[in-house]
Write a protein that binds this ligand. Structure first.
Ligand code: UD1
Ligand code: MG
Length: 451
């Protein structure tokens, strides 16, 4: 099929008022990715990487969301909302370039599967002019009904225009369809607006095609593939379905999820086999975890890479630019940002490592902080391989700590420490024999006198 050229037209001009949001509806995210980008991604994977988006407000932002998955994506603006056929024709200039297949998708139907699109395109390859993607919703109210006879699709009837008998049909229009490029403009230009809503219905091209002696068919997709999002409750429903699919995919790829329903992934999360993810872990965008790692409970990772055999958490936060190399450990209540924790290094307890390099095998004691920010600029901390940083040390950046250097607990380090050196950066302890007891007695006497 790949030799057939394909344009996807994504309708995204919906007002989305029920989202009650300043953000255009199709830019609301599922798994950290705008809905419209999910659609573009599926279209590209189904061979329709030439993308025309028909947008309403926020056309520039919508295009920006599409570009990572379809670098040549273009947007067209539908000025008046006169119906789905009218919306498709807003992309007339793109259609006129000439394609074998045209896929019409909705920007607010983000869970559409590559498989459903490929199935519809396959029908065009077999000679159909129109292939409609149908489904059987639990409640068909509001959907266009697919009127079929002997495997051919006769018409799509919008609910408001249905006869009593047609309203009983449970096979419905998911809204998405594939149209043969050679017939598309002819069919679309023939659509009128004589119907209950006075709109130019894309769905009318089915009857128009049949009247012209062309073939229209319906394919069937899962209900979940065609879930349309109109409010935030439906957005959450789609998120849940997406997460469920991703968890399954990740587990089938060889990752152990101890309690899958408590782990949340982003659209681009990658995890290697034999890694174990404990309950209650969140993966924000841009995370790659290699194999044989353990991500302990209650960790939050974002923009981070975790190499083979690393251990993260429990209660660890890896922020953008965190890079854990082989077998490194980042333990409880630690935060790592824009920093390398090199092979075998350990950052185990209550520590902040930001804008830093932690050399191989270094040991960072509990409560260590890289003081990377003076309120205006960020500075770098460079810790040599094998260094030992005693607990509760503050490393005031910019600072360099040599290989195998040793920093005493409680130090405030402001000067470079050479390789192999021992540094104390704290006041000396003074101890006065018996003075403790004397002080206690004095204070007690004072208190008695006051009472
Ligand atoms: C449409 C279908 C219906 C199908 C249902 C599935 C038509 C006429 N009807 O109905 O058969 O069962 O989807 O969800 O196609 N849009 C524009 N510009 C317009 C009108 C719509 O961009 O002028 C976009 C909307 O933003 C939306 C999509 O097209 O993404 C569908 O429009 P909507 O009004 O939701 O159509 P439905 O009445 O749901
Ligand atoms: Mg709709």
């Amino acid at each position: 099929m790949s030799e057939r050229t394909c344009l996807s037209i994504i309708l995204a001009a919906g007002e989305g008022t029920r989202m009650k949001s300043a953000l255009p509806k199709v830019l609301h995210a599922i798994a950290g990715l705008p809905m419209v980008a999910h659609v573009v991604r599926a279209a590209a994977a189904a061979g329709a990487g030439d993308v025309a988006i028909v947008a309403g407000r926020g056309a520039d932002e919508v295009k920006r969301a599409a570009i990572p998955f379809a670098p040549t994506a273009e947007t067209f603006v539908q000025k008046e909302r006169l119906g789905t056929a009218h919306a498709v024709l807003a992309a007339r200039n793109a259609i006129e370039r000439g394609y074998d297949d045209i896929l019409v998708l909705f920007g607010d139907t983000p869970l559409v599967s590559v498989d459903a699109l490929a199935k519809a395109r396959a029908k065009l390859a077999e000679g159909a002019s129109v292939a409609v993607i149908g489904f059987r919703p639990r409640n068909p109210t509001g959907y266009g009904r697919l009127v079929e006879r002997d495997g051919a699709l006769l018409a799509i009837r919008e609910e408001r225009d249905c006869s009593e008998a047609e309203r009983e049909i449970t096979f419905c229009n998911g809204g998405l369809m594939a149209i043969a490029g050679k017939d598309a403009l002819r069919l679309l230009d023939a659509v009128g607006n004589e119907n209950a809503k006075g709109e130019f219905y894309l769905t009318d091209i089915v009857e128009i095609a049949r009247d012209a002696g062309l073939t229209a068919v319906a394919t069937e997709a899962a209900f979940e593939d065609l879930l349309g999002i109109n409010n935030r409750a439906e957005l959450a429903e789609a998120e849940a379905i997406w997460q469920k699919r991703k968890r399954r995919e990740i587990m089938l790829d060889g990752v152990t999820l101890v309690a899958p329903e408590t782990v949340f992934f982003s659209f681009d999360t990658e995890i290697g086999s034999d890694t174990v993810v404990e309950p209650n872990v969140v993966f924000g965008p841009g995370v790659k975890v290699s194999g044989n790692a353990v991500i302990h409970s209650f960790s939050h990772l974002e923009g981070a890479s975790v190499a083979e055999g690393c251990q993260v958490g429990p209660f660890a936060r890896l922020r953008p630019g965190a890079e854990l190399r082989g077998k490194a450990k980042v333990g409880n209540f630690c935060e790592v940002k824009k920093a390398v924790v090199d092979t075998g290094a350990k950052v185990n307890h209550l520590t902040y490592i930001g804008d830093a390099f932690v050399g191989a095998g270094a040991n960072i004691g509990a409560g260590t902080i890289t003081c990377n920010y003076d309120g205006f600029n960020k500075f770098f901390t460079d810790i040599g391989a094998g260094a030992f940083i005693g607990s509760n040390s503050s490393l005031v950046a910019p600072i360099k700590i040599g290989r195998e250097a040793y920093v005493a607990s409680g130090s405030v380090v402001t000067e470079e420490i050479a390789d192999g050196a021992l540094a104390f950066g704290r006041a000396r302890q003074a101890t006065y024999p018996d003075k403790g007891r004397q002080l206690r007695e004095k204070l007690a006497a004072a208190k008695r006198k006051a009472e």
